[in-house]
Design a protein around this ligand. Structure first.
Ligand code: 7TS
Length: 406
């Protein structure tokens, strides 16, 4: 059971006023706030252990390396992967997808080839594929969605052909909240013999993820969206896929031997992690995983889905307001438009009252195009948000409409 009072006490940033009002933070899909254990672990690392990893036999370097390696193991456990070596540290989802696009796809792509993504992808799951595909004469195709924001899964088989070299699909949409049936999609990909990546940026903070059950080749996520620090995330890749890959960046740690003529590479994961990593961020991410384990991801999922149901009903009842995205299976995101008021004006009004929401296209322009709009206001909820906060949001939205239209 989630006790929001107890939870909130662990997130120092929530205890403040913004523009003279208690902060109501509803921008969790952009980034989540950090519990005190995560903040403390980063400070303590710099106060006591700061050193480079895997490079020295001295004690501080051992401690830094231990913390770094422990997080790799914690991520393995969180995702249900077979081996810790299948976890590659990156800056976040964006860098993870760029790593796979460059290290995996570039080697196998030929002119005329195709990459399949969905219509609701974040730009981070479109542009890296284009950067690799377009100079090679390959192209991106998309899986359509219906007006509720559900992907048309039945169309996928027809979109795959002998030219399809890769599929990449978002687990949970950041702008619509849709939870995609990724296991089913991976089965289709597997049957067709096409490797598949799942963008888990919005999934890991909200639900249990098991990469073996899902059956994906790659799974990527960002630490900062799951209560960890910014600048750290991970790619899960099946061992054989990671071993096939070319390094994306060259430098320290990723080599076995270097001469001017030739370099041989280290084993995974080091092969794909050139240079000094974000050590403090990794240690903070480890603490974020401990936090999620302690609270229980199932408890979070249950609490957030009740909050979503409550918010959908209350927000959806506001006159002139349309909720964008009403998929069968949704995470705690409510995107909306109000006829006659630009979403930036909605965001500005709410901010004046201490309420933080995101407005704009949420880096999902193709999804916005499907609805014939270019932006929404988006309230995205975490397990530290409450029904009282939803009520305050609704009051302020109604006041704004009264003021605007009268
Ligand atoms: N994929 C999805 C589904 C996302 O929601 C985001 C960020 C990314 C990829 C990129 O993640 P990053 O950590 O590498 O930046 N989404 C959002 C958002 O909804 N508002 O701000 C960032």
């Amino acid at each position: 059971m989630i006790n929001p009072e107890e939870i909130r006490a662990r997130f120092p940033v929530l205890d403040q006023e913004v523009n003279g009002h208690p902060l109501i933070y509803l921008d969790n899909a952009a980034t989540t706030q950090k519990p005190n254990t995560v903040i403390k672990s980063v400070t303590e690392y710099y106060e006591k252990d700061n050193s480079n990893v895997h490079r020295g036999i001295h004690t501080l370097s051992q401690r830094a390396s231990d913390g770094y390696d422990e997080t790799r193991e914690k991520i393995r456990g969180m995702l249900g992967a077979k081996e810790a070596e299948e976890i590659i540290f990156v800056r976040g989802t964006t860098e993870g997808i760029n790593l796979v696009a460059n290290g995996f796809l570039r080697r196998i792509l030929e002119p005329g080839d195709e990459i399949l993504v969905s219509q609701m992808e974040h730009h981070a799951n479109i542009v890296p594929w284009q950067l690799v595909a377009h100079p090679l004469g390959a192209k991106i195709k998309s899986i359509p969605m219906d007006e509720n924001g559900d992907l048309m899964i039945e169309k996928i088989e027809g979109l795959i052909n002998s030219k399809t070299k890769f599929i990449s699909v978002v687990h949970v949409s950041n702008s619509l909240g849709t939870i995609n049936p990724v296991k089913e999609i991976c089965e289709i990909a597997k049957k067709a013999g096409v490797p598949i990546l799942i963008d888990g940026a919005q999934a890991v903070p909200h639900m249990n993820v098991d990469v073996l059950d899902i059956g994906c080749d790659f799974y990527v996520f960002s630490g900062h969206k799951m209560y960890g620090p910014t600048g750290i995330g991970a790619v899960y890749g099946k061992r054989e896929r990671l071993e096939e890959m070319d390094p994306y960046q060259g430098g320290g740690d990723m080599i076995r031997s270097v001469t001017f003529e030739e370099t041989t590479y280290n084993q995974i994961p080091a092969k794909l992690e050139a240079g000094t990593p974000n050590i403090a961020g990794t240690i903070g991410l480890g603490k974020a995983i401990d936090y999620l384990k302690e609270i229980g991801i199932e408890n979070i999922e249950k609490y957030e889905s009740e909050l979503l149901e409550y918010a959908t009903e209350k927000i959806g009842a506001i006159d002139k307001l349309t909720i964008i995205g009403s998929a069968k299976n949704k995470a705690s995101v409510v995107s909306f438009t109000i006829d006659g008021i630009h979403s930036h004006d909605i965001g500005g009004w709410l901010d004046e009252h201490g309420i933080a929401v995101r407005t704009g296209h949420h880096c999902t322009q193709p999804a916005m195009n499907c609805y014939g709009i270019n932006s929404t206001a988006r309230a995205s909820f975490s397990h530290y948000n409450t029904k009282e906060e939803v009520d305050k949001l609704v009051v302020k939205l109604k006041e704004m409409c009264d003021w605007w239209f009268n």
